[in-house]
Structures are given as structure tokens and as C-alpha cells.
Design a protein around this ligand. Structure first.
Ligand SMILES: C[S@@+](CC[C@H](N)C(=O)[O-])C[C@H]1O[C@@H](n2cnc3c(N)ncnc32)[C@H](O)[C@@H]1O
Length: 233
């Protein structure tokens, strides 16, 4: 597969039919029995990190957005996905928040006239082609281009490398990698950590089975120094 085909393969599996079963198959079965990453831990990550002005990239069915404990009754939510079925499914699910939807490929620059205070990319990185060392810097730089000062970024991704995985988990990963549904053959914790630490502050990384949950904050610009009575404070 060439590069555009590989990007396309990472989203093509999300059809109205697969989206109908996604929550039970992925978030119900695979998270619990294969990736050993409790969905409740991912829900808690959303609860802790969402803001009143949130961008979510790679939205799937909108499960986490629907269940998140938002800090206000009317959060401003923007959904970005390359797949129109995912966008529509998620937007319908959280229609009560009247989200804005944008069809876009996270490998390409996003419109950056609007900045967000929180950005979620749950289960997106392992769908993107390339090794973690190549794709994470591109994606993180895209996020930073639309992050407000001090914005939080968060998400989880399924890793290989040293990440623990059962033979059953490994065979499903191999199958998904052959089909291009996952591209995590070259995804290691070390490369993810390296890309995060170079770009965000307050980085937190937690391994949950084969999955790794991360968060970070947009680096604040240096506090402006001001001169008072001849002293720099
Ligand atoms: C595994 S689902 C994750 C869904 C949801 N975030 C969750 O955690 O349940 C991955 C989503 O990323 C989207 N996606 C895949 N490649 C993408 C790309 N290059 N740019 C933007 N979205 C992409 C897919 O269409 C799909 O909706």
C-alpha cells in the first residue's frame, strides 16, 4: 500500500455497520479481554481532562464524549475525523451539545484560527500509518497548532514493543495490521514518550495492559518579565 492508501485504510473500516457494533466489540470485549485496558479508565481520563471548549480528533461513535462529565452544561465541542460516518455517528450521539464537525486528516494542517482548551485523540494513533517515532511528532505538532495557551491534550493508544500482550491480543493486532486497520507494528512506549516529552509539559503516561494512556499540557510561553523600580521580577 502507498502512503495515501495506508491513511485511508486506517479509517475505512468505520462504516454504519461497524460503528453499530464498535462499542460492544472494542470498548466492551477487546478493551477488557484483549488489550486489558478498562474502558472505565478511559472514561475517567475524559472526565478529568475535558474543558468547556473541546476538540476531539478520531471520534468513532462518540462514546466517551457522550458519557463525559463536562465542566459546563453547554460545552463547545468540535469533532474532527477523516471518516464522514464516524463524524455523523458521534455528532448525532451528542446532538444535545450541537457540536461543530470538520472532515480532516490529522496528518494535514487543521484550520488554526480557532484554539481549543482541551484536545482528545483517544485510540487514534494506532490507526495511523507509520512508526510511532514518525507519526507522533506530526500529530502532536498539529495539536499544538490548535491548542490554546495551557490547553490539555490526552488520549490512549495500543502499543507493541515491550507492551504486555497475550497471544490472542497479538494475533488480533497482527490481523488488524495486515488489513491496515491498525498500524502499530512500530509503536513503542519509548518513542511515544520521547515525542510527548519534547513537546508538552506536565506529561503523564500510564500503561494499562497493551494500552498507554497519556496526557500533557501545552507549554506556557515564558511569563513576561516586568520591570519595577529598576528590578526584573
Ligand atoms: C478506533 S476509532 C477511535 C474512536 C474513539 N476516539 C474512541 O476512543 O472510541 C479511530 C477513529 O479515528 C478516525 N481516523 C482514522 N484515521 C484518521 C486520520 N488520518 N485523520 C482523522 N481521523 C482518522 C477513524 O475514522 C475513527 O473514527
Amino acid at each position: 500500500m502507498d502512503a495515501p492508501d495506508r491513511v485511508n485504510a486506517g479509517q475505512a473500516v468505520y462504516t454504519p455497520l461497524t460503528l453499530k457494533v464498535y462499542d460492544s466489540v472494542v470498548l466492551g470485549f477487546s478493551n477488557r479481554f484483549l488489550w486489558r485496558c478498562p474502558t472505565s479508565e478511559l472514561e475517567a481520563m475524559y472526565d478529568r481532562n475535558v474543558s468547556d471548549d473541546h476538540l476531539d480528533i478520531g471520534v468513532g461513535t462518540g462514546y466517551f464524549l457522550d458519557r463525559a462529565k463536562w465542566p459546563t452544561n453547554d460545552p463547545k465541542i468540535t469533532l474532527v475525523d477523516l471518516n464522514d460516518y464516524s463524524l455523523r455517528a458521534a455528532a448525532n450521539r451528542i446532538a444535545r451539545y450541537a457540536p461543530t464537525t470538520v472532515v480532516a486528516n490529522v496528518f494535514e494542517p487543521l484550520p488554526n484560527d480557532v484554539k481549543f482548551r482541551s484536545i482528545g485523540i483517544n485510540y487514534l494513533l494506532h490507526c495511523l500509518p507509520g512508526r510511532m517515532a514518525e507519526k507522533a511528532p506530526i500529530v502532536f505538532d498539529t495539536l499544538l497548532s490548535v491548542a490554546a495557551e495551557g490547553a490539555s491534550f490526552f488520549g490512549a493508544t495500543i502499543l507493541q514493543g515491550d507492551a504486555p500482550r497475550s497471544p490472542a491480543a497479538q494475533s488480533l493486532m497482527n490481523f488488524y495490521n495486515r488489513k491496515g486497520i491498525f498500524s502499530n507494528d512500530g509503536d513503542t512506549l519509548q518513542d511515544l514518550e520521547h515525542a510527548l516529552i519534547g513537546r508538552f509539559q506536565d506529561v503523564q503516561i500510564k500503561q494499562l495492559g497493551s494500552c498507554c494512556r497519556v496526557r500533557g499540557t501545552q507549554r506556557l510561553t515564558e511569563p513576561s518579565r516586568w520591570i519595577s523600580a529598576g528590578k526584573t521580577q
